[in-house]
Design a protein around this ligand. Structure first.
Ligand SMILES: [Zn+2]
Length: 689
């Protein structure tokens, strides 16, 4: 990006962010998710870091909260209330550490880490131990006086507590390293003078849900999220309403100097004088420990009684923190390490058309790398040309990409305001990008197909499907190697795989003796296969795992399936007409018959279908999270073996959701729908009963 391009991009990003803020705050509308907006702000922040000359005072990165409401008395913050920069991955966290290390090359940093509360930041000023003034952040310099409302929050003491001499001594023994002991003791003895504490007022999940039910009952709009609910509750002109909202509070910093030299000490002092702090917050020696804390909070956040969207990481040494200073309105010495979001914004750089095993051409976008859900995403499917038209996406566009659970990332929205005018239209290919053969869009189909029956790409994809994990499961036969075998003339069809010898493979470049041996062994081992896997491996159009199971269970042998009439196939429960026709046509084709015969001739042995006791008939299972005793695939096979069904998503029709380690959104959905949730232990009991 040239400097001029960066400048233009910064301008566009500022406008776009402001546009969404306006929608959100003024019109109460939300067109893009918080995660997507965060992503735009993050890009702007990074660009501004790179080109600080383009930072202007009206940049969204330079504002903190909102303008103070005119109804409230204004309070100016003697120490500005700053905002925090976000980082979204471990790499970005390490980049931050490297940046600050460069500024202070001789310091060894340790950190204090805190659960980032999704509420409203407030400042509390105590005078001679009594709660005097409470205010919102406002624009960082001037906030709103919400003292009366904050007084209604139980967790905010109206009177600070003076610790006993014994407590003070114990405190110093435990946390006092480097502290100005004299000053500390003096201040603690009476708590006279001004003491400013800052923290977060927030609403618990329970209260949030209850209040939203009440809002709906009253015919009012429910709150979009707990942050809004907390903010709306505090910025009430009538404190009675605030009381009814039952807010909570955690302190997170002590502004007044009371002898502390570390951020951890600030927390402990706040606690000592009677203000609640989050008990999960902890000191971390290095970024590995920070990473552990981050993971711990991610794992446990569902169980926590409040919402959190990240972990705040603060340079523990106050002197270092001050030396690092502030860029704009963001202190360099702290970052918010956000939890993996399911959406982010990025730019489409190019579009390639990939040929699948059915010959369908799928457009795949190459993206600027972006971290979503904890992994870096560089490609996203655009499904088909209709979808490209529906999205209106062009090459060069800024888009919102979503990656939910195990699903492949997809573009869900284009942000046309960020266009420069240099975007390029995506044109559907006029010929197959692999074989150059003719392409066609058939009646009733959205996809464009390569019509060449001998297309290299189609043949390759068929073989890759054949050896994939749920089919013949041959380890070591990846994309590149299959391509190699094909171009060397060693493999033309799936059946050829079973004729490969060590002598064939070894001479190929990159194949050492050992790996050739391993591959031959893996191929040999895969020859014994269940009927279900065998049918699935054939790659019959519309026949996935579920249909393969239905066919295997109904017919019991390959011979019977081959001989089945169309009527017979249609009569099978779970198999519709289109699918039945596709199966019938498949086995009617000479080419396919030949491949099946050759497979058997080359030594493939199909295991007979064992009929187990069908204890799970008509029961539908959904799996989420990682199991310990078996893989998810094994668990699914077991359910199917006992006659049960597997579904990929939770609905009211689901009978059981089996929850493993780190469950995804399916778990939440099951809770919402009231579907029975069982853990792995209970599931195993189920299988054995
Ligand atoms: Zn082709």
């Amino acid at each position: 990006m040239t400097k001029q391009e960066a400048k233009n991009r910064i301008e566009k990003l500022k406008k776009e962010i402001d546009h969404h803020r306006y929608l959100y705050h003024v019109l109460d509308k939300q067109e893009i998710s918080d995660a997507a907006l965060d992503s735009l702000k993050h890009e702007l922040f990074k660009l501004e870091q790179q080109y600080p000359e383009f930072i202007t005072s009206d940049s969204p990165t330079q504002r903190v909260g909102g303008e103070p409401l005119s109804q409230f008395r204004k309070i100016s913050h003697e120490t500005p209330m700053l905002s925090i920069e976000d980082v979204f991955s471990k790499e970005e966290l390490e980049d931050w550490r490297d940046r600050i290390q460069k500024l202070l090359p001789h310091e060894k940093f340790d950190y204090y880490t805190e659960v980032k509360m999704d509420g409203l930041a407030v400042s509390l000023i105590y005078k001679d131990g009594k709660f005097q003034i409470g205010s919102t952040r406002g624009d960082g310099k001037i906030g709103e006086d919400v003292t009366q409302n904050l007084r209604t929050i139980d967790a905010i003491p109206l009177q600070l507590r003076i610790p006993s001499e014994k407590e003070i001594d114990e405190f110093l023994k435990k946390f006092g390293q480097g502290m100005d002991t004299l000053k500390f003791k003096k201040r603690m003895r009476d708590l006279n003078g001004v003491i400013e504490v800052r923290g977060e007022a927030f609403m618990s999940k329970k209260v949030f849900e209850k209040i939203n039910i009440e809002q709906i009952k009253k015919g009012e709009e429910p709150f979009a999220n707990p942050r809004n609910a907390a903010a709306g509750s505090i910025r009430q002109l009538d404190p009675k309403i605030t009381v009814s909202r039952r807010l909570d509070f955690f302190g997170y910093t002590l502004i007044t100097e009371m002898g502390q030299v570390k951020h951890e000490q600030s927390h402990e002092i706040i606690k000592l004088i009677g203000i609640k702090v989050n008990p999960l917050n902890r000191h971390c020696d290095n970024l590995d420990r920070v990473e552990e804390f981050h993971e711990y909070v991610i794992k446990n956040r569902e169980k926590m009684p409040y919402w959190t969207d990240g972990v705040v990481v603060v340079v523990n040494n106050d002197r270092d923190f001050d030396k690092l200073g502030v860029v704009g309105k963001t202190p360099r010495g702290m970052v918010a390490y956000k939890f993996p979001a399911e959406q982010a914004t990025t730019v489409v750089r190019s579009v390639e058309w990939q040929v699948g095993r059915t010959g369908a051409l799928t457009p795949v976008a190459t993206l600027d790398p972006v971290s979503i859900g904890g992994t870096t995403v560089t490609h996203s499917t655009l499904h088909n040309f209709d979808e490209i038209r529906r999205l209106g996406v062009k090459i060069g566009d800024t888009v919102i990409v979503e990656r939910a659970g195990d699903v492949i990332p997809k573009v869900i929205k284009v942000l046309p305001n960020l266009r420069t005018g240099h975007e390029k239209k995506i044109i559907p290919p006029k010929q197959c990008p692999v074989c150059g053969g003719p392409v066609e869009r058939q009646e009733g189909e959205v996809a464009i197909h390569c019509m060449n029956p001998h297309c290299f790409a189609i043949e390759k994809e068929k073989i890759l499907h054949f050896v994939s994990r749920r089919a013949f499961d041959i380890e070591g036969l990846g994309d590149k190697i299959v391509e190699r075998f094909m171009t060397e003339g060693l493999v033309f069809s799936p059946a050829d795989i079973f004729t490969l010898t060590k002598g064939d493979i070894e001479p190929l470049e990159r194949f050492a003796e050992k790996s050739a041996e391993n591959l031959v062994e893996a191929i040999e081992k895969s020859k014994r296969i269940s009927l279900v896997r065998f049918i699935y491996a054939l790659g019959i159009l519309h026949v996935g795992e579920e249909t393969s199971v239905a066919l295997a269970n109904y017919f019991g042998s390959l011979e019977k399936i081959k001989k089945a009439t169309l009527d017979e196939l249609i009569s099978i429960p779970d198999i519709g007409e289109v699918v039945a026709k596709s199966i019938y046509e498949f086995f009617g084709k000479e080419k396919n018959k030949k491949i099946v015969d050759e497979l058997i001739k080359n030594g493939v042995k199909i295991e007979e279908v064992k009929r187990g006791k069908k204890t799970l008939v008509a029961k539908t299972f959904v799996f989420t999270g990682e199991l310990e005793k078996m893989t998810r695939d094994e668990a699914k096979d077991k359910v199917r073996y006992l006659g049960g069904d597997i579904s990929g998503s939770v609905s009211k029709e689901t009978d059981y959701v089996v929850v493993g380690r780190e469950p995804g959104s399916k778990y939440e959905k099951a809770k919402k729908l009231g579907v029975k949730i069982i853990n792995e232990k209970e599931f195993l009991k189920f299988l054995n009963s």
